[in-house]
Design a protein around this ligand. Structure first.
Ligand SMILES: C[S@@+](CC[C@H](N)C(=O)[O-])C[C@H]1O[C@@H](n2cnc3c(N)ncnc32)[C@H](O)[C@@H]1O
Ligand code: SF4
Length: 472
């Protein structure tokens, strides 16, 4: 009797399972496109040109009158060895003498800003790269000490730094503590030895575990791990194993990036192209395995590629609807302005962007000549400011009111935007009512596609191939 009742239920369960798998594959087929990452709006290829130094300083003056909170990003481009997957702006060198010259350039660049008598208070400094721990503890100490002489720190100042466990020594941790750099992000990528060999980054678990225990022996440290899915050699089994190890090590947040496959830009990635690289459905499965492991172990989803412990400041900020995302990742900072120091760094004035020269040698030459090393930039229109606000809200809080943005668009453009969003509503990845878009759970991986609907630069034109990485 029980069998007669249960059988149809079991059949229904499997039918639903098959149907939901079918829906997921249809979405993947349709939305796995090469698109901007929308860490800026407009996306980098659509910027309208660099402002002059005077125009740039005026933009900073104007914004600082309303909100004088400032974030600083410092790019250290050097690494001792090359990881084949890497898409960052880096220079591989063993020449440690270069650090002193580079620090000198960073301090000279900062002086251009302090000479303007701008009224800032620094809410955070983030060091990224390349590898910030390419600099010795003494060199980092010198850099932080010199910067702090001309800086007014906000009471809740946050120092954060990306470190490579292979080139981090106990002396670095002492310098971080001395200068309040207690947000530490470790480049992990993957723990499987075969994957590590494929990407040319051998980093044994013991080495990471030893560093993590040294970091955790200090009070008040906030620890992030960077991991990547879609690397050659990764399988569901290796990813499960990597996540078991990651969870045992107990980071506070995890960035679980999609492998950005851009061999036309990062030449070393061409070496990986000869190997079997998980794509599409396989890659999505690797992501889902990691995500489920994290959710089952108490992490919460922060955004489409970030996870955090519920007690973390970042997750609390998400719950209160105040979470933001900038070039460095998710943040609780409400600073309107970002000054990027060092080669390739991007600055944001609240009214637009500038980017520094990418080549470290050319950057240093320009600074030594007393010039600002800007190579490109963008000055926002009113519409850009509104769209950027929407993109921030969609990426961080999964919801945004488009009314203001739509009213600033031509009838033609707003009609196209609404048609695209309604198509996505039919596909079930979002809801839209009275101009308010809400991203559905199943739509989170496709938030870049939802942002693209607002991107007037990508209308009526075919996006050139090989400009952006894939959504999945
Ligand atoms: C500047 S590195 C981190 C610090 C240090 N250089 C290291 O590798 O440990 C920043 C992070 O970017 C991520 N990354 C680099 N290239 C990537 C790519 N092609 N796709 C996805 N993530 C990438 C990695 O997770 C890496 O940890
Ligand atoms: S992943 Fe980090 S260490 Fe490796 S090349 Fe890129 S920036 Fe350098």
């Amino acid at each position: 009797m029980i069998q007669i009742i249960l059988l149809p239920l079991i059949c229904l369960y499997f039918k639903l399972l098959t149907y939901s798998k079918y829906v997921c594959m249809k979405l993947l087929d349709k939305y796995n496109q090469q698109l901007p990452r929308y860490t800026s709006f407009p996306a980098h290829p659509h910027w309208n040109g660099s402002p002059t130094t005077v125009q740039w300083m005026n933009q900073l003056q104007e914004t600082s009158r309303e909100n004088n909170n400032l974030e600083i990003y410092i790019h250290i481009p050097y690494c001792e060895s090359l990881c084949r997957f890497c898409a960052c702006n880096k220079k591989i060198t063993k020449n440690k003498e270069i650090s002193k010259i580079y620090i000198d350039a960073l301090l000279k660049e900062w002086k251009h800003y302090t000479d303007q008598n701008l009224d800032f208070q620094t809410t955070g400094i983030h060091l990224g790269g390349g590898t910030p721990t390419f600099l010795s503890p003494g060199e980092l100490d010198l850099l932080f000490t010199e910067l702090s002489k001309t800086m007014k720190f906000a009471p809740k100042f946050k120092g954060s730094i990306e470190i490579d466990p292979r080139v981090t020594v106990p002396g670095h941790l002492e310098v971080f503590e001395k200068h309040n750099f207690n947000h530490i992000s470790l480049g992990i990528q993957d723990f499987d030895l075969a994957v590590q060999e494929n990407i040319s980054r051998i980093q044994p678990l013991e080495l990471v575990a030893d560093l993590v225990s040294k970091i955790r022996s200090r009070d008040g440290i906030f620890l992030n791990f960077d991991l990547i899915h879609g690397l050659p050699g990764q399988t569901p089994e290796t990813i499960r194993d990597t996540f078991d190890k990651v969870i045992d090590l107990g980071p506070d947040t995890i960035a679980y990036y999609s492998y950005a496959r851009v061999p036309w830009k990062s030449k070393a990635q061409s070496l990986l192209e000869k190997l079997k690289i998980p794509t599409g459905e396989e890659k999505k499965e690797l992501f889902d395995i990691g995500k489920q492991a994290l959710l089952a172990n108490g992490f919460k989803e922060l955004g489409f590629d970030h996870f955090a412990k519920p007690e973390s400041e970042l997750y609390k900020s998400k719950q209160s609807g105040t979470l933001k995302r900038n070039f460095m990742g998710y943040t609780v900072s409400n600073a309107e302005m970002l000054i990027g120091l060092g080669c390739s760094s991007i600055s944001y004035s609240g009214l637009g962007y500038v980017q520094n020269e990418k080549n470290p040698d050319t950057y240093m030459e320009q600074i030594q000549k007393g010039e600002m090393p800007f190579i490109t930039g963008h000055t926002h229109s009113e519409l850009d400011i509104e769209i950027y606000k929407n993109i921030q809200e969609l990426m961080c809080n999964g919801r945004s009111d488009l009314t203001e943005t739509l009213s600033k668009m031509s009838t033609n453009l707003s009609g196209t935007v609404l048609a695209e969003l309604n198509d996505m509503k039919t596909d079930g990845i979002l809801d839209i009512n009275n101009g308010v878009v809400e991203v559905k759970e199943i739509g989170i991986p496709y938030v870049r596609n939802i942002c693209k609907a607002l991107d007037y630069n990508l209308k009526d034109k075919k996006t050139p191939k090989n400009q952006f990485s894939s959504t999945i």
